[in-house]
Design a protein around this ligand. Structure first.
Ligand code: BG6
Length: 510
């Protein structure tokens, strides 16, 4: 009998290439770094690939005394450096004709009246049909003001039957209570279906591929569970420091900056059950279920299940770098963590008893992010594990960045007359297999929001479920745990090594 693949009209699969309807993106906080380095270069690259609709327009909204011409010029200057395809003058010029700037403080009602007028004018002149994508890229302290003002000015709904959606940057709250409060404020003005909470990790090709790898192949899912998996290690290591963002980082730390969002997303995608279809709610339902199955770490347990550290001065890539306490904007006695490791357990039938180790840090020896699934050893070893035989457990590694790919490590016989075993890898590399450059995360995500596809965005219950795991750890840290230090350019403190070694495992050498 022939094997069949079940199909279901609800299972719409991966998105086909589509062009969004004509629309305007309004960027609040448009004079900032994110707009210049990521958002506009991403939109320009979409334009270059002809994925943007005719009449596509951008309105910057910020406090500085800029005008249309100055905003265009300021964006143009950064394009050489931040656009992945460089910049072509004629294309930029036609793109820039659709770029405008509205000057206003975030709490001035008149600024929003003026914005409404400007948007109507763009609708008329450029045919954008009342479709608006509002993008909050301001410091989070401004979010509530902007949302309330948008509501008061009627900018939460579109004229002429168009659509209005809002993208909200991270950080989304600083603990469970503030995330709930922010959701409540948003829902007074916008329906959840209009809200796109962004986590740029979800826009990375390798991260989207986690679901494809797991659910488009028949051979991995049967072993993706407690019977075959010993533990999972998720690492997001960066070699950079706080890069002039000391003021922000002081209040965030690695936990709010990276764990609550990016690492929890990687964990969720690795652990979730197969969704009933590939649509926004089916996928996010399963992600929320996975988060709810994670056993919260109580404040009294932080010493056992978490480690936090801060970098001291050291050497990265052959260059001497200052310690965290010497960075601009950082308090001399700061206790903000730049390294976090956590051991989570997921209490469901698939994962009971399998530890998930998460670690992320700045000022590590190199930039590398991966998810490593370490399998149990063979039940009975026929070969001596003597000095000539190096028998290591099988590890499947999803390489998120750089060197994007997937590799499987297994033991192999070394050619020769003696039985000698050595680990080897089977590798898939994006570069070698596809030979095309991956789009930037912000390209995919802004395009999805224009298309009305929220699969790769975080739902309100999802962000709250994630905070409900992070907040008790912060509470425990307030009183309990010592902050260890590590030398910049090393893989972390001794406390971090001891933390995993207590469980009989070791951090992977990357
Ligand atoms: C951001 C953090 O969300 O992610 C930064 O605020 C961090 O501190 C960055 O450097 C890492 O992103 P990527 O895409 O370079 O891994």
């Amino acid at each position: 009998m022939e094997a069949t693949t079940a199909t279901n009209p609800l299972r719409t699969g991966l998105r086909m290439q589509r062009t969004p309807e004509p629309c305007t993106v309004v960027i609040f906080g448009s004079t900032g770094d994110l707009t210049h380095r990521k958002l506009v270069p991403a939109l320009y690259n979409l334009q270059r690939e002809r994925l943007l609709p005719p009449g596509f327009s951008i309105v910057g909204f910020a406090r500085r005394d800029w005008d249309d011409a100055y905003f265009r010029e300021s964006l143009r200057k950064e394009m050489e450096q931040y656009s992945r395809s460089g910049v072509q003058d004629s294309l930029w010029e036609s793109f820039a004709e659709g770029i405008f700037f509205n000057r206003s403080s975030f709490d001035d009602p008149a600024g929003y009246q003026e914005l409404a007028r400007r948007l109507n004018e763009i609708d008329e002149q450029r045919g954008t049909g009342g479709n608006r994508l509002l993008y909050l890229s301001t410091p989070p302290g401004a979010y509530v003001d902007i949302i309330q003002q948008l509501g008061a000015a009627g900018l939460n709904r579109s004229p002429n039957g168009g659509w209005t959606r809002i993208i909200i940057e991270k950080p989304f709250g600083r603990d469970l209570a503030s995330a709930q409060a922010l959701n409540a404020e948003i829902h007074k003005v916008f329906d959840e279906s209009q809200v796109y909470r962004i986590d740029h990790y979800l826009g990375k090709e390798t991260v989207q591929n986690i679901m494809v790898f797991r659910f488009a192949n028949g051979i991995f899912e049967p072993i993706w569970n407690r019977r075959y998996v010993d533990h999972v290690q998720i690492t997001v290591a960066e070699n950079i420091g706080v890069e002039g963002r000391g003021n922000y980082y002081e209040r965030a730390g690695a936990m709010r900056d990276m764990v609550q969002n990016h690492l929890m997303q990687l964990l969720t995608l690795t652990a979730m059950e197969p969704p009933v279809g590939y649509d926004a709610d089916a996928v996010r339902d399963e992600k929320v279920k996975a988060l709810r199955a994670i056993r919260p770490i109580a404040p009294a347990e932080v010493d056992r299940y978490t480690v936090r550290s801060q970098y001291a001065g050291g050497t990265v890539n052959g260059q001497a770098v200052p310690g965290y306490l010497e960075e601009a904007g950082v308090a001399v006695d700061s206790r903000t963590e730049s390294y976090v490791a956590i051991q989570f357990f997921i209490e469901n039938w698939r994962w009971a008893g399998v530890p998930f180790f998460l670690r992320t840090a700045k000022r590590m020896p190199k930039r590398v992010s991966e998810i490593a699934i370490q399998f149990r050893s063979a039940p009975l070893m026929l070969f001596d594990s003597g000095p000539q035989n190096n028998i290591e457990p099988n590890v499947l590694t999803i390489k998120v960045q750089p060197d994007e790919g997937i590799s499987l490590k297994f033991g192999s016989k070394v050619p020769g007359q003696v039985s000698q075993i050595r680990p080897v890898t089977m590798d898939f590399r994006y570069n070698a297999s596809f030979g095309v450059e991956s789009p930037e995360a912000y390209e995919r995500l802004q395009l999805d929001a224009m298309l009305g596809d929220s699969t790769l965005f975080t739902r309100s219950d999802e962000v709250e479920a994630s905070w409900s795991l992070i907040t008790p750890i912060h509470q425990g840290w307030e009183t309990a745990q010592a902050l260890s230090t590590y030398e910049a350019g090393t893989w972390g403190s001794q406390a971090a090594d001891e933390f995993i070694e207590r469980t009989g495992r070791k951090w992977r050498r990357l």
